[in-house]
Design a protein around this ligand. Structure first.
Ligand SMILES: Cc1cc2nc3c(=O)[nH]c(=O)nc-3n(C[C@H](O)[C@H](O)[C@H](O)COP(=O)(O)O)c2cc1C
Length: 224
């Protein structure tokens, strides 16, 4: 059974319209046979990166909180729906805090073979830039980003039943399911990731002792 993870960066919980849209994408995938899990990052204990560099050496984050729970969820999944409201023209601090912890995941391209879609909502400014950033963040992990739902909604509060955005969310769910089932390849994204791997090969090769876990992982993969 396919598994899809939803991640929401809004602190509004059940009052979040970003969450409404992420959940609609998940509902679509569930009604088409997928298993889903949802995380409200702001409701979890996710501490900021303390720049200890231990993840590169030991292969996991030293801090004990909910960060790893989300990672484990994604590692066990085929797809991810990542969303955030726009705060000061970017993703929320809560979501960025989690993204900052992805150092080892990015260096080792741990989400490679998975697919992601992006959801952003705003009051009308910064939603495209925020979606661009989340799309980039997905691609940096090794996953391929297959689509996005970008909405600048002038009024406040939850989306009304019947909003056309729910149809867009269903469409995004379909795009995600199709990409996973067909194992779609997006050549530009793969090329970009290969270039990034060239840079990481150099960086990790230079830090054989310091980044021991990553070095061994790269060797086992035959990338060095
Ligand atoms: C602290 C804060 C900063 C915000 N910054 C922006 C912004 O830069 N641009 C914008 O269009 N809307 C901004 N908004 C509005 C939210 O992006 C918008 O209401 C969003 O849809 C809320 O999503 P949510 O219901 O999922 O939390 C901001 C809201 C808050 C609370």
């Amino acid at each position: 059974m396919l598994k899809i993870i939803g991640l929401n960066g809004s602190p509004r919980g059940s009052q979040s319209r970003t969450r409404q849209l992420i959940e609609q994408v998940l509902n679509y995938t569930r009604s088409n046979g997928a298993e889903t899990e949802f995380y409200d990052i702001a409701k979890l204990d996710v501490k900021p990166c303390i720049a200890c560099d231990r993840c590169h050496k030991i292969g996991s984050c030293f801090q004990k909180d909910d960060y790893q729970r989300i990672i484990d969820g994604i590692l066990s999944a085929d797809g991810i729906v990542i969303g955030s409201p726009v705060y000061n023209y970017q993703v929320t601090a809560q979501l960025k805090t989690w993204l900052d912890r992805l150092g080892m995941i990015i260096h080792c391209q741990m989400f490679s073979g998975k697919y992601g879609v992006v959801v952003t909502t705003s009051g009308g400014a910064g939603e495209t830039e925020t979606a661009d950033y989340l799309d980039f963040a997905v691609r940096r992990t090794g996953a391929q980003c297959v689509g996005r739902l970008v909405s600048g909604i002038e009024n406040d509060g939850l989306l009304e039943k019947g909003s056309p955005l729910f149809d867009e969310a269903n469409k995004l769910g379909r795009q995600l399911m199709d990409a996973i089932k067909e194992k779609k390849v997006f050549p530009r994204q793969i090329e970009e990731q290969e270039q990034l791997k060239g840079f990481f090969a150099y960086m990790i090769g230079q830090r054989k002792e310091k980044w021991e876990w990553e070095y061994n992982y790269w060797q086992q993969k035959g990338w060095l």
